[in-house]
Design a protein around this ligand. Sequence first.
Ligand SMILES: CC1=C(O)/C(=C\N=C(/Cc2ccccc2)C(=O)O)C(COP(=O)(O)O)=CN1
Length: 457
Amino acid sequence: LRCMPEPYKIKVVEPIRLIPRKERERAIKEAGLNQFLLKAEDVFIDLLTDSGTGAMSQDQWAGLMIGDESYAGSRNFYNLQKSIEDIFGYKYFVPTHQGRGAENVLFPLLIKPGQYVLGNYHFDTTKAHIELKGGRAVNLIHERAYDTAVEHPFKGNIDLEKLEAFIVEHGAENIAFILMTVTCNSAGGQPVSMENIRGAYQIGKKYNLPVLLDAARFAENAYFIKKREKGYENKSIPEIVLEMFSYSDGCTMSAKKDGLVNMGGLIGIKEDYELYQKVRQMVVPIEGFPTYGGLSGRDMEALARGLREVVDEAYLASRIHQVQYLGEKLKEAGIPIQEPVGGHAVFVDAKRFLPHIPQSQYPAQALCVELYIESGVRGVEVGTLLAGRDPETGEEIYPELDLLRLTIPRRVYTYNHMDWVAEGLARIAARKDEIRGLKMVYEPKILRHFTAQFEWV
Ligand SMILES: CC1=C(O)/C(=C\N=C(/Cc2ccccc2)C(=O)O)C(COP(=O)(O)O)=CN1
């Protein structure tokens, strides 16, 4: 499975340390069995998220030195604007501090209370912003995404029949917009095919609905299209990216993923000047000013350069192969994962791995805690804990997928680190029937997974 070596060499290193098991047991206990509450220094290999945790290049670091911190009209804003024009083919954009900043500015301009926002599968913070603006987030991903054992090249695809049927049934006037998340994080970092993006866009046009991309991992999505979709094998990544964005009216983007930066986000608008004007007004009270949107000049420069780096095929091949490699190692150890392996993470199917733990006892969270104790590796739960409660009934939602996400930061870890993670999980697999469920002893009201506290059942 080894592919071409990484197209970069290491120049700076940051020490990491595996603290003794006794200390790991104490640390996670003090964190209420919630890995979000651990100190980063007590984590050996941090697979909590690929968001903002990647390594920047020498070109990006060099760019910090030409950060223009003028309040308005910063040079770096115009450099970022050029990157967005060249890569997305969009005429307008506004920077924001991260993805949620983009959602917080854009969504109230598009959603009337009670309207639906239709998508393949909204990420949880995006769903939260849709609901906070009075919208109703609806996931219409194709059924196959819920069966982790089923292999399909584009499990992130929206079910186009369901999409059109929903619009016809509820009336286009009750739909705010269509949001396509590429790649689809919640379904396991699964890509969306060009045909599917085009199909959703055509349906949007047919019913006069805006179509937006949640573009956090757009480059990884483009790579999968090149590798897996007929007719794209000879297209360059930049060509594929331009075509993807041509099938949208705009995008929100957490640049902390495929922007290759530690902080950043943006709202992109293809050509709707009127919407752009509204966004420029809204960004002032929320993110500061239209030419900096919550970012310093140097951050915008790092992003302007990161967007150009992320569409490099040699980089994408090495990044995605490393994720595939970890997936293969886990499969060899008989650990059930979402197949095929996605672009930014390996998702362990905790329901299949720990069938003796009911979803009401958070199997993926229990596995996450065990993995930290066993090997100092921090993953994250994408399952019942994350799903939260139904906003209307208050009942816990038991999602189809109860996954432990092992999220690989970009350009940070080596294959040895991946082996360490796989061996830790293999040791757990040997004693998995002894793993106990969890009960939540403190439950926050909003986005509970960040600060919830647990005890072993
Ligand atoms: C598809 C997509 C995302 O994946 C996304 C953020 N993902 C994150 C960041 C995160 C969120 C919640 C808990 C832990 C970590 C991820 O770990 O996966 C956002 C929000 O972006 P933001 O974090 O910059 O505000 C919008 N869309």
